[in-house]
Write a protein that binds this ligand. Structure first.
Ligand SMILES: [Fe+2]
Ligand SMILES: [Fe+2]
Length: 279
């Protein structure tokens, strides 16, 4: 596949997770480590989405009067709703005594430095690479939702899976926008530089924030704090381990995000939602 299949339309849902209520301190499997890992992802996502929005806006004009124009608009819409909703979630982490604002500021400074060092096009390549991470994580959430559904706090689980579904819907937008600007070996070289930078920023940040969140309760050095998280992410359902194969696909010269056809997963999620996931 070289572009998004015509049957996948992006839907502007403008969901508000007003049922979030008070998020339990260990909302996933009653386990502080697993909860901290997902909370770390939520922090990273909110800040990175601001960056994605900035880099896509710089190129939005280039999509004018092309089939990508409405997709870029829908992408901007979906991502701004995501960061709004993750903000509500992350604010609660701060209220619970976790250093959410401090950690966000660290990432913000890091991203600002990366952004300033790069050209607009290099930033777009990095953006497309970050979107690859979110798309392959989303694939895992849609493919194997059983564990989180059975063990997570339902309003947050719904939010994570809704976010995942929209990440799948728009997974090729930044990639196609980037490819529109550059071709040949230069495109490939920039893609590789983008994924290496995205990996370098995101992975250490996730584990460091997990560690810092556990430190808030003074349990960062206990094996028990990490055991469940490592089992769930690396063994069963093992979504981080399973993501590795999808991650590597990016390095193929002819890669396109829709090489992995996620339509069946997406439609299964829509069917499971009230109103078929249209709102
Ligand atoms: Fe998002
Ligand atoms: Fe996204």
């Amino acid at each position: 596949m070289t572009q998004a299949p015509a049957t996948v339309e992006m839907i502007r849902r403008d969901r508000r997770h007003d049922d979030m209520g008070e998020i339990p301190r260990a909302w996933y499997a009653d386990d502080p480590g697993l909860t901290a890992f997902f909370n770390a992802m939520s922090l990273a996502i909110e800040e990175l989405e601001h960056y994605l929005l900035r880099s896509v806006r710089r190129f939005a004009e280039t999509a004018k009067d092309t089939p990508l124009e409405p997709q870029v608009k829908d992408f901007l819409f979906q991502e701004s709703i995501h960061s709004r909703e993750h903000r509500r979630y992350n604010d609660q982490l701060q209220e619970q005594g976790f250093p959410a604002e401090e950690m966000t500021q660290v990432l913000r400074d890091r991203v600002k430095r990366m952004e300033a060092r790069r050209t607009d096009l290099q930033n777009l390549a990095l953006t497309a690479a970050i979107e690859h991470f979110t798309a392959i994580l989303a694939h895992q959430l849609l493919d194997r939702p059983e564990h989180i559904r059975a063990n997570g706090y339902p309003p947050l689980v719904r939010m994570w899976i809704w976010h995942g579904a929209e990440e799948v819907e728009h997974k090729s937008v930044t990639y196609d926008l980037f490819c529109m600007q550059v071709s040949g070996f230069r495109r490939y070289r920039m893609r590789i530089a983008g994924i290496l930078a995205a990996t370098r920023v995101m992975l250490p940040f996730l584990y460091w924030v997990t560690w810092r969140f556990l430190k808030t309760d003074g349990i960062q050095w206990r094996w028990k704090s990490w055991r469940v998280m490592l089992r769930v992410t690396l063994v069963y359902p093992g979504f981080m381990r399973r993501m590795l194969r999808d991650y590597i696909r990016w390095y193929r010269p002819g890669f396109h995000p829709w090489d992995q056809d996620d339509r069946a997963l997406l439609f299964r999620w829509r069917d499971s939602e009230p109103g078929k996931g249209l709102t």
